[in-house]
Design a protein around this ligand. Sequence first.
Ligand SMILES: *Cc1c(COP(=O)(O)O)cnc(C)c1O
Length: 337
Amino acid sequence: MTNIDWSKLGFGYSDTNCHIRYTWKDGAWDNGELVKEPFINLHIGAACLHYGQEAFEGMKAFRCKDGKVRIFRPMENANRMFRTAKRACMAPVPPEMFVDAVKRVVRANEEFVPPYGTGGSLYIRPLLIGSGIQIGVAPAKEYTFIVLVMPVGAYYKGGLKPVRAIIYDEFDRAAPLGTGDIKIGGNYAASLYAHEKAKAAGYPVELYLDSKSHTYVEEFATSNFLGIKKDGTYVTPDSTSVLPSVTNLTLKQIAADSGRKVEVRPIPFTELDEFVEIAACGTAVVVTPVYEITRGDKVITLGDSESCGPVVQELYEKVQAIQYGEVPDIHGWCEEI
Ligand SMILES: *Cc1c(COP(=O)(O)O)cnc(C)c1O
C-alpha cells in the first residue's frame, strides 16, 4: 500500500511500482514486460537522441464513484500515436497493443490511482522512441515503447482559475504542413523558448496564430483553443497544424449533446473580440479559462481574473462527471481496467 498524501499531489513525476516496456526488432513487437527500475539502458547512437524520433501521449485513469478504475478514451490516444508514428517513420504501435499495455500498467499500479473524491487521477504517459543505432539520417531499425504512470492531483484546487494569454508574432510553433498535428517531443522543443519568455512576463499560456499569415488562431502551446460566442456556439479552429486534442473532441460532443452549435472553422484573429469566453483545453487540466489576450499593444479582455465563464465551467463539470462515473457514460468513453 502507498502512504501518499493525496491532497498534496501536484502535476509531476513520482515513482510507482513499475512501467511497461516493449521492443520492436526485425519487424515485430515483443510481448512487453513490467519493469521496476525507472531507467533505460540506451545506446549513445540511438536515433531518438540524434534525430528526434520521439512520440508521446498523455491520458488519465480515474477512480470512479463505484470504486472501479476507468481509463478515459484510450483508443483515441492509441490511434493518434499510430498516426504520429507513421508521420515520423517510426514502427507504429498497433492500437490494440497500446490499449492493452495501458491497462496492464494501470492494473500493476492500481494503488497509485487517487481515491474518488480527491480530484486526482493517474496520469498515463506512453512514449515511443527510435532506440536503434542510427548515425546516418534514416529511421531507426529498433523501437522502444514505454508506458509510465504517476498519480497527479487536481490541477485547480480552489476551482477553475482564469489566466492571461499572450501572442508573440516573432515565434511560430508549427509549419502549415509540418508536424503540428502529431504529438512529437520536437514540437515542444520548438516552443519552449517562447513558453519560458511568456511565463517570465506573467502569461501562463501563449497562443499561436497560423505560421503562414499570422491571421488565424491556431492553438495554445500545449492545448487546443475553444471559444464561446454570444449565442452559446462552441467554436474551435480548423487547421492542418493543430494537434487533434481528445479533450477538444470530447468537449465538442458534450457541447453538442447539450444543444449547442459547434463550429470547426478558421477563426480570424480579428474575431477574438466577439467571443464571450475563451479557454485552452487538454488532458492535464481539462480546461483553462483565458480572461485576457495580449498581442503587441492590443489587449482583448474577456472577463476577470477571478471567475470562470459559465459555459466553460459547465463543460468542465460535465466532462469530470463522466470521467469520475457520476453520470451515465452514454458514449462509452470510459474503459474499465
Ligand atoms: C497533447 C496536446 C494537446 C491536448 O491534447 P489532449 O488529447 O486533449 O490531451 C493540445 N495541443 C498540443 C500541441 C498537444 O501536444
